[in-house]
Design a protein around this ligand. Structure first.
Ligand code: FAD
Ligand code: NAP
Length: 546
């Protein structure tokens, strides 16, 4: 329980969010001797893994890699049960981390940060919350997550629905029993594709409302054999180094060949092998030009389409499930366990919203232009206001009381995805303009937190109090990020990477597509050159700047 003094205290650092990012930030920054307070809207740690408790939720980066690397003891003591751990197990792991490193004493749960304003006179951030906290901090670390602002579509009539409705990203902790229920699910992204097979096995009927068919690859999830796990643990350092040196911060060898360099039979053989191995990286790293050259991409896309056609019994259903409007991997590819097979079940119906759009929700179900689908429950697997949403839901104000919402009205502008000009001493974890969601996020988080911790040490050692990205460095970085994205196929999809899933959101490719190693070495070089592209000042000077 906080005391009144806690609610108005003066801190070195405020961290917002207690997912993988906020927890590691607390651990590292507290280790520098700084006073740190974490504010978390949820009642527990875990972030993504606290909120997304829908049936079938699990990681799509293998657990042995989708885990912290900062502590060898932690790496050795934790055992994963499956190739891709389910949500409850990942949450247990994060809970274990919070206990093991004694993190909870500096976290205030059930507290949403509503505003953060830079006081130019004091050179400090004033952070306020929905629980009445009003604290002052030299530094703010936004560990608010990229996929934490769930979006429910604004469909007329939702409030009239007499059954229960849920969003996958805000799933009830007690779970939901769909037995004997007629369930409708809207959305066929990763969350929909993971949950549909599980819900279909429980519900009496499942109606899948699909707007855009998606590429999905078999996960080939399986129990992790103890000896295989022991082998990884024996060489964990090498695995992590390999991950740090790879494009997506996942330990795979970089492909060297172009898709059209090999003959069609050999290409097919490689795609078959990737399909049989399962996982995201098997297919995406088959050839090096899949995300650069449409003709190359077509070969992978066509292969996956042929698999959908093979798996799904009814050719009309298979056709509706077949993605044709975007190149493979320009939306995040999904990993599934029996997704396409689920449409062979008698109790599952697919509704093609391109043919029969939703018009309204009525007390008894969902009405499309084709009629009413009677439902007891609706699941919205409709995603998130990604990357910028969690930040812009906070009233963040920098120099001159300028709202971040105004500064980013045409799209986010950052330097290295970690800082934004006009907002001194504000750090964004895995922000827009960094590899972030295109990489193994735990590695991306560790790299950002380590960089921030080194930066704060540097400031301390040099008697400096403030760091702020310059407008020139930011402009150059934004141009660089856009140029890289423009050379890929990514902008061809209406994806959340592009902000296309949120009505009115500016269309900008959000993450940095140059790869984790290149990004990391740029960050390291910036630091080695005395934080090139940043203005560093002592507190008084920072306060005086125009
Ligand atoms: P989050 O885990 O999102 O934590 C942010 C926290 O900040 C949340 O708890 C939120 O409540 C809190 N918060 C936000 N705003 C405020 C506020 N104003 N005040 C107080 N608290 C606030 N990535 C991968 O690399 N591999 C995967 O396999 C993978 N699987 C995923 C599966 C799902 C279902 C989803 C949704 C995402 C997945 N991701 C995956 C991405 C995932 O978000 C990251 O891997 C990682 O968990 C992000 O950690 P984080 O701490 O940065 O953010
Ligand atoms: P998403 O990928 O954005 O998918 C949302 C789905 O909802 C899309 O099919 C979208 O259709 C549909 N939709 C949105 N608004 C709609 C509307 N008004 N009417 C009809 N359909 C609508 O969201 P997500 O599935 O939650 O996944 C988000 C990201 O989280 C993933 O890409 C991934 O990075 C991460 N994640 C990972 C895993 C994992 O496997 N580990 C699991 C879940 C999530 P359109 O395509 O037409 O917009």
């Amino acid at each position: 329980m906080s005391t009144p003094t806690d609610r108005s205290r003066s801190l070195d650092v405020v961290v917002v969010g207690a997912g993988f990012g906020g927890l590691y930030a607390l651990h590292r920054l507290r280790g520098l001797g700084l006073s740190v307070r974490v504010y978390e809207a949820g009642s527990g740690v875990g972030g993504t893994w606290y909120w997304n408790r829908y049936p079938g939720a699990r990681c799509d980066v293998e657990s042995l890699e989708y885990s912290y690397s900062f502590s060898q003891e932690l790496e050795q003591e934790w055992d994963w049960s499956e190739r891709y751990a389910p949500q409850p197990e990942i949450l247990r792991y994060i809970d274990h981390v919070a206990d093991r490193f004694d993190l909870r004493r500096d976290i205030q749960f059930d507290t949403r940060v509503t505003a953060a304003a830079f006081d130019e006179t004091l050179g400090r951030w004033r952070v306020t919350t929905d629980q009445g906290d009003d604290v002052s901090a030299r530094f703010c670390v936004m560990a608010t997550g990229c996929l934490s602002a769930a979006t429910t579509p604004d469909i007329p009539g939702l409030q009239s629905f007499q059954g229960d409705w849920f969003h996958t990203g805000q799933w009830p902790h007690e779970g939901v029993d769909f037995s004997g229920k007629r369930v409708g699910i809207v959305g066929t992204g990763s969350s929909g594709i993971q949950s549909i097979p599980v819900i279909a096995r429980q519900a009496s009927n499942l109606v899948v409302f699909q707007r855009t068919p998606n590429f999905s690859l078999p996960a080939r999830n399986e129990p992790l054999a103890p000896d295989a796990q022991a082998q990884v643990k024996a060489g964990y350092g090498a695995l992590r180094d390999a991950a740090r040196g790879s494009f997506s911060a996942i330990a795979v060898s970089a492909p060297t060949e172009l898709a059209l360099e090999v003959d069609p039979a050999e290409r097919r053989r490689r795609y078959e092998a990737a399909w049989a191995r399962g996982g995201l990286m098997s297919m995406t790293t088959t050839f090096r030009d899949l995300i650069l050259d449409k003709a190359a991409n077509d070969t992978a896309a066509e292969f996956i389409r042929s698999k959908i056609c093979e798996i799904v019994d009814d050719p009309d259903v298979a056709r509706v499930l077949t993605p044709t409007d975007h190149p493979f991997a320009t939306k995040r590819p999904c990993l599934d366990t029996g997704y396409f097979e689920t449409f062979n079940r008698d109790n599952v119906t697919l509704v093609d919203l391109r043919q029969t759009p939703i018009t309204e929700i009525v007390p008894t179900g969902i009405r499309t232009t084709g009629g009413v689908h009677e439902l007891d429950c609706i699941v919205f697997a409709t995603g998130f206001d990604a990357m910028t949403g969690p930040l812009l839901r906070i009233d963040i104000r920098g120099r001159g009381d300028r709202p971040l919402r105004d500064k980013w009205s045409a799209g986010p502008r950052t330097y290295l995805g970690i800082a934004t000009a006009g907002f001194p001493n504000l750090f964004i974890l895995t922000g827009p303009g960094s590899p972030s969601v295109l990489s193994n996020m735990v590695m991306a988080i560790e790299q950002h937190v380590d960089w921030i911790a080194d930066c704060l040490s540097y400031l301390g050692a040099h008697g400096l109090d403030a760091i702020e990205a310059t407008v020139d460095a930011e402009d150059a970085w934004v141009d660089h990020v856009n140029q890289l994205a423009g050379a890929t196929l990514f902008p061809r999809a209406n994806s959340w990477y592009m902000g296309a899933n949120v009505p009115g959101k500016p269309r900008v490719f959000l993450p940095y597509v140059g790869g984790f190693p290149q990004y990391r070495s740029t960050c390291d070089a910036v630091a080695a050159e005395g934080y090139r592209g940043f203005g560093l000042t002592a507190a008084a000077a920072a306060a005086e700047r125009p």
